[in-house]
Ligand binder design. Structure first.
Ligand SMILES: C[S@@+](CC[C@H](N)C(=O)[O-])C[C@H]1O[C@@H](n2cnc3c(N)ncnc32)[C@H](O)[C@@H]1O
Length: 449
């Protein structure tokens, strides 16, 4: 049997983390695989298991930084390379990106960043011939990189042009550029607590947002943090925590969560006393929902099926239905920077068709007087405002129940003129920008007559 390449003895410290980062980066950029898919579950990179916690955290941060700064890095390398990035050796490209990102944005000494990238190319058959080039370009990057990226700071190169153009169309030039700027910062860790937010904010070295979410800059594995194993809280962006609250008092009510996994909103509803039926099409994601609920000691019925086809429980309708629909996820780019480069404009049409089917089914599952909450983590109006406008135009038995600012901690800037929620990455500004911002979410509340 050939020796595993992850079992090579006495490797230079830190090289394995860079090699795995290069593999994962290649996965996103050349094989169109998501980061989630490569970091967790059955498709996870096999080398991850061999890394110490610290190296694994560094590797994740490195890949996320590169994807968050990919447009700027591409511009920089094109300025430093006379003949462009070598196209016949993907490892040369990833070694350049890895080296430059560490030099410019991470706390890694320049000489170590250059040396590790040179070793990366030397250990790849096709890229080895570029070792001298990688060495020279990264040394230049250490000397000249910062002024070169400062020159293009205002151009928002890290959001793909098609997407930035859409945001300018939807939100105006100034807001769209503020959104792009906010997405450039590393995201905080946001946590929904079962109770006593102030105590958990103190224990997790964070702060409590006006909406009740605990926000911290702690890094590393969340499973090691106090309260995780005890099931006292779960990870959930502050904006993602808002839609489930639009049902108001759910104690004893029957609520279907039609796209439920991995269960953040199911957990909120169950914690608030609802009798929840969690539906999701993905068996793997539903397994995560079950694990999460078990850790949190919360109960929900679960059904693995296509929510757009699910006939319901046959009990004459539910008090509430939540549709947290699959979407382009462009509101989550700060947390999932691969989304910016994997999504294409054509995806929007396919997803809006699915969102429409799920909404139609949700309406039929409601009893008269029941409440429908629809939300997406997308910044694209087709998946938010326009989806609800079309539904209201088609269903005369539905009316909007406008959200009041008082229901969302008085944050009137996140309530639209129609009474829907629209959070943006540039909302919730903070003196430390790493502690500011929301995921981009849309939510509407409708009532069946
Ligand atoms: C935005 S995520 C839901 C997140 C979840 N509500 C939470 O708060 O943790 C969308 C989910 O929809 C599921 N999904 C996609 N198409 C579906 C369908 N036709 N029926 C039911 N679930 C679907 C996906 O598997 C995914 O888990």
């Amino acid at each position: 049997m050939p020796p595993s390449r992850f079992a090579v003895p006495a490797e230079v410290p830190g090289l394995a983390a860079r090699r795995i980062a290069a593999d994962i980066l290649d996965g996103v950029l050349h094989k169109h695989r998501t980061l989630d898919d490569q970091l967790d579950g059955a498709g996870a990179h096999p080398g991850l298991k061999t890394l110490a916690d610290r190296d694994r955290a560094l590797m994740r941060r490195l890949v996320a930084t590169i994807l968050r700064r990919l447009g700027t890095l591409g511009h920089l390398l094109s300025r430093l390379l006379d003949r462009g990035i070598p196209t016949d050796a993907p490892r040369a490209q990833s070694a350049l990106l890895i080296g430059a990102a560490q030099i410019l944005w991470m706390d890694v000494p320049d000489h170590a960043a250059v040396d590790l990238s040179v070793r990366l190319v030397q250990s790849d058959r096709r890229a080895a011939k570029y070792a001298g080039l990688v060495n020279a370009v990264l040394r230049r990057c250490a000397r000249e990189g910062q002024p070169l990226i400062d020159e293009v700071k205002s151009q928002n190169l890290d959001i793909p042009p098609w997407l930035l153009a859409r945001w300018i169309g939807a939100y105006g030039e100034s807001t769209a550029r503020q959104m792009a700027l906010a997405i450039g910062y590393e995201p905080s860790l946001d946590i929904t607590v079962k109770s006593d937010a102030a105590q958990w904010a103190s224990r997790l070295h964070g702060e409590t947002l006006p909406t009740g979410t605990v926000r911290t800059l702690l890094q590393g594995s969340v499973t090691m943090l106090p309260g995780f194993t005890e099931g006292q809280w779960w990870v959930q962006d502050a904006a993602a925590a808002l839609p489930a609250r639009l049902f108001g008092d759910v104690g004893g009510k029957t609520i279907v969560d039609l796209c439920a996994a991995p269960g953040g909103k199911t957990a909120q509803l169950a914690q608030a006393g609802a009798r929840v039926t969690a539906v999701d099409r993905s068996p793997a994601r539903m397994a995560r929902l079950r694990d999460n609920l078990a850790r949190l000691s919360l109960q929900a019925d679960d059904v693995v099926t296509d929510g757009a086809e699910w006939p319901g429980g046959g009990n004459g309708g539910f008090d509430g239905v939540l549709v947290d629909a699959p979407c382009t996820s462009t509101g989550t780019i700060r947390r999932h920077p691969d989304v910016a480069w994997l999504r294409q404009e054509a995806d929007i049409a396919a997803l809006t068709a699915l969102q429409k089917r799920l909404l139609q089914r949700a309406v039929s599952l409601l009893k008269p007087g029941g409440t429908l909450v629809y939300c997406t983590c997308s910044l694209e109006p087709e998946e938010g405002e326009q989806a609800i406008a079309s539904l209201l135009a088609a269903e005369s038995g539905l009316r909007r129940a406008p959200v009041e600012a008082g229901e969302v901690a008085g944050l009137s800037e996140i309530v639209t003129a129609n009474g829907d929620l629209r959070t943006l990455p540039c909302h919730l500004p903070h003196t430390d920008p790493r502690l500011g911002g929301f995921d981009g979410f849309y939510a509407a509340r409708l009532v069946k007559s």
